[in-house]
Unconditional design. Structure first.
Length: 319
C-alpha cells in the first residue's frame, strides 16, 4: 500500500504567520522527519525545541536538524558560513555540519549536538566567583573568535557601515517607541554625536556573533568549577567592530558588578576601562540590532539609579 505524500512546507511573507506555524509542530514535524530519513538518520526519538527562531528538532542525543524559512535565508547563510569558517579554529566545541539541503525552498542543516548544561539554566544560581570566572572565559572566547579569518563572511549583509548609519538614523524613534524614559532620551543626540567619532566605521571588520548570551552557551562542571563547554547559534553573525560582541554579556550577565565587568573586559583584552570605552559601549548598546534597554539590562532598579545616559554607562560598566 502506497503512503500518502506529505504536503510541502508553505511560503510565508510575514514573521507572525511563520511563528504561528512553528508553534504547531504537528504541521511540520512529519516533514522534518522525512528530511532526516532521506539522509539515513535515526528518527526514533525526535525532540522539538520550542524556543528559537527556526524549526529545530533534536534527532536522538547526537544530531540537530535546523530548517530555515526562505524569509530567514540570511540566517542560514550566516549559520552555515560561520560553522565552516570556525571549524578547527577554536578550543571550545561548536556544532559541525553533517548534512545540508533544501526542501520546498527552505534550506536546512543537520548539525552535531553539543553536550553540556544550557547556560541560562545555571547562571542565576552560580556564586559570584564562578560568574567572574565564566565571564573571563567568555571574553577570551570572543577574542579568539574575532581572530578567525572571515573568509566569505566578510561580505555578509548588512555591512557594518550601513548598519551603524541605519541604526543611528532610527535610534531615537526606536527607543521612544520602546518606552525609554525621557531622562535617557534627552541625552541621545549628544551620545549619537559622540558615536560618530567613537565607533570605527571603516576599520578592518572582525567576526561578530552578535549574541553571547546564556541561552547560546553550554557549561560543564568539574570538581565544583564551571567552565564553558560549547557555543552555538550563529544565525546573526556580522562583520564589524569588535566591541559590539561585548554587549550581550555586559547587559545580560555582568549586571553592573565591577568584578564581573573587569573579568569580561580583561578576558577580552582590555586592561583599562576608561570613559571613552564606556561611552562607546553605551552607544553600541543603543544601536544594537536588538536593542531594548528595558528588556536587556539585568540590573534591578537601574531606571531609578541613573538620571542620564552618562550615569547609566557608569552603572552598567562599573569599575
Amino acid at each position: 500500500m502506497m503512503s500518502t505524500p506529505l504536503r510541502g512546507l508553505p511560503a510565508f511573507t510575514d514573521a507572525t504567520s511563520f511563528r504561528a506555524f512553528r508553534s504547531h509542530p504537528s504541521q511540520w514535524l512529519p516533514i522534518a522527519l522525512e528530511i532526516a530519513r532521506s539522509h539515513g538518520l535515526d528518527i526514533a526519538a525526535p525532540h522539538v525545541f520550542v524556543t528559537g527562531t527556526n524549526l529545530v528538532v533534536g534527532l536522538g542525543d547526537k544530531l540537530i536538524l535546523k530548517i530555515f524559512p526562505p524569509m530567514l535565508h540570511a540566517q542560514f547563510v550566516s549559520e552555515r558560513g560561520s560553522l565552516m569558517q570556525l571549524k578547527g579554529h577554536l578550543d571550545l566545541p561548536i556544532p559541525e555540519i553533517v548534512a545540508e539541503g533544501t526542501r520546498d525552498g527552505w534550506p536546512y542543516l543537520v548539525i552535531t549536538r553539543l553536550t553540556g548544561t544550557l547556560g541560562s539554566e545555571v547562571w542565576p544560581q552560580l556564586p559570584e566567583d564562578q560568574k567572574e570566572r565564566l565571564l573571563r572565559q567568555i571574553g577570551e572566547t570572543i577574542a579568539r573568535v574575532q581572530h578567525v579569518p572571515l573568509g566569505p563572511l566578510v561580505n555578509v549583509e548588512p555591512r557594518w557601515n550601513d548598519l551603524m548609519r541605519l541604526q543611528m538614523q532610527g535610534c531615537k524613534a526606536r527607543h521612544t517607541r520602546l518606552g525609554l524614559a525621557p531622562k535617557f532620551l534627552k541625552g541621545l543626540d549628544d551620545l549619537l554625536r559622540d558615536a560618530e567619532n567613537l565607533i570605527p566605521m571603516d576599520a578592518p571588520p572582525v567576526f561578530l556573533v552578535g549574541e553571547y548570551i546564556p541561552e547560546n552557551f553550554l557549561l560543564a562542571c568539574d570538581d565544583g568549577q564551571w567552565s564553558l563547554a560549547g557555543l552555538f547559534d550563529f544565525g546573526d553573525v556580522l562583520a564589524g567592530w569588535r566591541d559590539y560582541d561585548l554587549l550581550g554579556p555586559s547587559a545580560f550577565m555582568a549586571a553592573g558588578r565591577p568584578g564581573r565587568v573587569r573579568s569580561l573586559l580583561e578576558g577580552f583584552g582590555y586592561e583599562k576601562l576608561d570613559y571613552s570605552l564606556k561611552r562607546r559601549l553605551m552607544a553600541l548598546m543603543l544601536l544594537h540590532r536588538a536593542s531594548d534597554l528595558d528588556s536587556h539590562i539585568c540590573i534591578d532598579g537601574w531606571q531609578e539609579q541613573a538620571d542620564n545616559l552618562v550615569e547609566l554607562q557608569e552603572l552598567i560598566w562599573a569599575g
